[in-house]
Design a protein around this ligand. Structure first.
Ligand code: GLV
Ligand code: MN
Ligand code: MN
Length: 418
């Protein structure tokens, strides 16, 4: 019997498009339909219910843990064998497309539907996971559900996190009905493989279909609050101002200069959130709040970049401002398992799909699960330079199916290992 499996492309695509209807909105900037399904909102809850119904239709046994992570299990011939795990997330940023995370979850379910149709029994169980709050945009810490499952963060820490309106994650889990009965710590699986869109231009530029992911670069998120002094815009002499808005701008420019200096390896720096108070035309800002997102493939360079930013903040305080910082998230560079990468590369070869190896620029649940078991990822190429976190995010039905074909063959082979 062949162990090269191809999935149902049309059914996979329909699942992606159906889920994208939940939380859909008309995006004014692009004129496209986007997805806004922040973690544990009503839209996310509706998306979760739809995914659970698909898991149940596929005959999977569904369990939900205290972190709201959802697992759908297809039994194997050996009930004692540790399962092979796949999955990702279905929460989104507020301006998302249809693919980020969803491809990994719906692709995992599609693989199991395909195994059912072919009457294939694997030695090991296969499970599909849906991890809570991967994006981190609502409660401030990314890869949250998988980090709790992997024992890097505690359930208490996660439940106490608040969104910008003060709602706690624990309360939102309860409100949406997703505090499960299962313990939040995941027993180490046999292996974990996650298929995800690349979210970048590399695969398209290389002219290949599939990326074998070697690891994920480090991520550092912090919130900075600058306290200055509100004053009248017309009457307050410049030298008497403590302008929090100006300091926020100086931080943004300084970060870009750090990147351009080239002395922090391949540093990326983003200020994606900025708010000034009282946010009025004729008042010098009394307070500014911003977030800093740093990415770096090298932990030593990352540490130096963080220290240099901290030193710059101290110089700003010399201008009569006070500045506080709060750590939101921090993950080191995570290398993926060579053996699992080889299984993925061979599966791509067997499907006749060209592939390259590449490091992930984005964070993923796989980087958390990697501490529990051998882990790697499959990347699918995107159109339009791989734009993501944007309604223009798009991978063709063919590209999605190719990624999930490789996932199917990889899972099947891992699930038959001793
Ligand atoms: C995940 O979406 C990230 O921000 O890398
Ligand atoms: Mn994602
Ligand atoms: Mn994302």
């Amino acid at each position: 019997m062949t162990d090269i499996i191809t999935v149902n492309r049309d059914r996979l695509w329909r699942s992606l498009m159906d889920l994208a209807e939940i939380g859909a909105y008309d995006d004014e900037r692009t004129g496209l339909r986007g997805v806004n399904r922040l973690a544990l909102t009503d839209a996310d809850a509706a998306g979760r219910r739809l995914v659970i119904s698909w898991m149940e239709q596929a005959g999977l046994t569904v369990r939900i843990d205290k972190m709201g992570n959802i697992y759908g299990r297809r039994d194997g011939a050996d009930p004692e064998a540790r399962p092979v795990l796949t999955g990702s997330h279905i929460d989104s940023v507020a301006t998302a497309g249809a693919f980020d995370g969803c491809l990994g979850v719906l692709g995992g379910i599609e693989v199991l539907r395909t195994l059912n149709e072919r009457g294939i029994t694997t030695r090991r169980p296969i499970e599909v996971a849906v991890f809570t709050e991967e994006e981190g945009v609502r409660f401030g810490t990314d890869m949250l559900g998988s980090a709790v499952a992997a024992n890097r963060l505690t359930l208490d820490y996660a439940h106490a996190l608040t969104d910008r309106d003060g709602a706690t994650l624990g309360a939102e889990l309860a409100r949406t009905g997703f505090v499960g009965l299962a313990g939040e710590r995941l027993d180490p699986p046999h292996a974990y493989v996650e298929c995800h869109i690349e979210q970048g231009p590399v695969l398209a530029q290389a002219g290949v279909e599939i990326g074998v992911v070697t690891g994920v670069q480090g991520i550092s998120w912090q919130e900075i609050i600058i306290h200055g002094r509100a004053a009248h815009a017309g009457t307050t002499p410049t030298e008497l101002r403590a302008d929090a808005g100006l300091a926020a701008a100086q931080i943004i420019v300084h970060l870009r200069a750090m990147v351009d200096s080239g002395s922090y390896d391949d540093l990326r720096a983003t200020v994606g959130y900025l708010a000034v108070h009282p946010d009025l035309t004729n008042i010098v800002p009394a307070r500014a709040e911003l977030t800093v997102d740093l990415r770096n493939p090298d932990d030593t360079h990352m540490a130096r970049a963080e220290q240099d930013l901290a030193a710059f903040l101290r110089t700003l305080e010399e201008n009569g401002l006070s500045i506080s910082t709060r750590r939101m998230a921090k993950t080191a560079y995570v290398p993926f398992d060579d053996t699992v990468q080889k299984v993925i590369a061979r599966a791509a070869d067997d499907h006749g799909l060209a592939h390259i190896s590449l490091l992930s620029g984005a964070g993923h649940d796989a980087q958390e699960i990697a501490v529990l078991c051998p882990t790697a990822m499959i990347f699918v190429r995107g159109e339009y330079d791989g734009i993501s976190h944007n309604p223009r995010e798009y991978s063709t039905p063919e590209a999605c199916a190719h990624g999930i074909d490789v996932l199917a063959t990889t899972l099947l082979r891992l699930a038959d290992q001793n």
